[in-house]
Design a protein around this ligand. Structure first.
Ligand code: CMC
Length: 427
């Protein structure tokens, strides 16, 4: 049987075979295929979701051709320069920047709920000391659902808000503990006199028996990293959270699912993979060999921190991160040879026909590892920092989904397995 084709003609007139086209406020329109199967007995096939809008959302907009990223309409560059992470988290969750009194209420709530239940801390002892922090975070965030399940009514807007506050509030201590446990240092508690990023740094790097003063330049750099990573529309981990949430699952369990999805090297795990790659390259002279490997179709190696499903131009976040990395290194008086390798690699790749043709540019992860390393973060904590930031986006999408009525997300498939057959002996 030959291939069959369907014609899709976009017109102003409707007929019994036509499907409506939906317009958003920005970006491409979408064909509404919800009735396709009922009317035509056909499914839409789009593995990898390259042409699928899985939901309507008003949170974040990405224009990959222009290299544009907007949170609730605000350009990421403006937020990175003028805002702070907690304000951005509020913006993502509620749609607008907070007034001073809304901000105070939000800060007070985060300050009240930012300590981990003492029994949660004992969970860490069940993990091997050398466990990857992301593995620990998947487990511990999932375990929070055992603490806050029956006490929450997800039909109640206040309880929903409380779940999101608990998640954003507790995540810094939870992430820091996954590191301090691995090195055997007792965990510090949050200090409500400090801002979110500073608190995370003191819990990561301070010991409980002595004062630890956080360098404000590092604290601001971390806050910028958190802003840049806070949301990115329907990426793999956010879609995972939405899919899990569509069944009505516990919000902490949904976020644990998001963390698991983020960990992969094609997604949030790329920041760690970039640094490993730069270390392996070792010197500028080795760059051409690596470029050749990345272009070789018989080699599964990819240039980590390069390329993006949506951006076919510079990832605007990578430009901000590169600037921050240079600023922090200069402030600390450090001269990281990996920065030179990264910049040279970028320069060579951007002039190479292979990368030009495929529109492969540095993404957010290309320079973030260099910056986090300069700040003292061990490599295996890079993706955990990403998870901490992305929690703001995940909970915003989780909240948005609660207001929708389309029921459980249940994709279909194009079955290509065996047709009906019978067990041996069955007539
Ligand atoms: N190095 C070499 N070739 C690449 C790369 C790369 N990093 N990325 C894509 N390509 C090639 C790919 O081989 C393919 O070539 P061809 O057309 O000849 O088969 C073409 O470019 C298109 O690639 P694709 O796999 O269809 O692109 P995708 O949209 O499915 O993948 C990606 C996007 C980010 C997974 C991919 O670019 C990649 O693996 N990059 C490296 C990992 C990385 O940096 N991930 C972080 C993404 S940004 C942060 C986040 O979202 O979490």
């Amino acid at each position: 049987m030959g291939t069959k084709y369907v014609n899709a003609v976009i017109s102003e007139e409707s007929n019994e075979n036509s499907l409506p086209v939906l317009d958003g406020t920005l970006g491409p329109s979408a064909v509404d295929i919800q009735t396709l199967y009922a009317r035509n007995g056909l499914l839409a096939f789009d593995p990898g979701f390259r042409s699928t809008a899985a939901c309507k959302s008003s949170i974040t907009f990405v224009d990959g051709d222009k290299g544009m990223l907007l949170y609730r309409g605000y350009p990421i560059e403006e937020l990175a320069e003028r805002s702070e992470f907690i304000e951005v988290a509020y913006l993502l969750m509620h749609g607008d920047l907070p007034t001073p009194s809304q901000r105070k209420t939000f800060d007070d709530a985060l300050g009240y709920y930012n300590i981990l239940h003492e029994q949660v801390l004992s969970f860490y002892r069940g993990f091997r000391r050398d466990a990857h922090p992301m593995a620990v975070m998947v487990g511990v965030v999932g375990a929070l659902s055992a603490f806050y399940h029956d006490v929450m009514n997800m039909r109640d807007a206040n309880d929903r808000e409380l779940a999101t506050i608990r998640l954003i509030g507790k995540m810094p201590m939870l992430a820091a503990a996954s590191y301090t446990y691995s090195i055997g240092r007792p965990q510090r508690y949050p200090n409500n006199k400090l801002d979110y990023a500073t608190n995370f740094l003191q819990m990561m790097f301070g010991a409980p028996n002595r004062e630890y003063v956080v360098d404000p330049v590092l604290s601001r750099a971390l806050d910028v990293i958190l802003i840049l990573h806070a949301d990115h529309e329907q990426n793999a981990s956010t879609s995972t959270v939405r899919l899990a949430a569509s069944s009505g699952a516990n919000p902490f369990a949904c976020i644990a699912a998001g963390i698991a999805s983020l960990w992969g090297p094609a997604h949030g795990g790329a920041n760690e993979a970039v640094l490993k790659m730069l270390m392996e390259i070792g010197t500028v002279e080795n760059i051409p060999k690596v470029i050749e490997r990345a272009k070789d179709k018989n080699d599964s190696f990819r240039l980590m921190g390069f390329g993006h499903r949506i951006y076919k131009n510079f990832d605007p976040r990578s430009l901000v991160i590169q600037k921050q990395a240079k600023k922090v290194l200069a402030h600390l008086g450090k001269d990281d040879p990996l920065l030179e390798i990264a910049m040279r690699l970028e320069e060579i790749a951007l002039k190479d026909e292979y990368f030009i043709e495929r529109k492969l540019y540095p993404n957010v992860d290309f320079y973030s590892g260099i910056l986090l390393r300069a700040m003292g973060f061990p490599m295996n904590m890079f993706t955990a920092v990403f998870a901490l930031a992305r929690t703001a986006g995940w909970v915003s999408h989780w909240l948005e989904l609660q207001g929708e009525s389309h029921g459980i997300d249940r994709p279909r498939q194009l079955y290509v397995g065996k047709t009906l057959r019978h067990y041996p002996g069955k007539k």
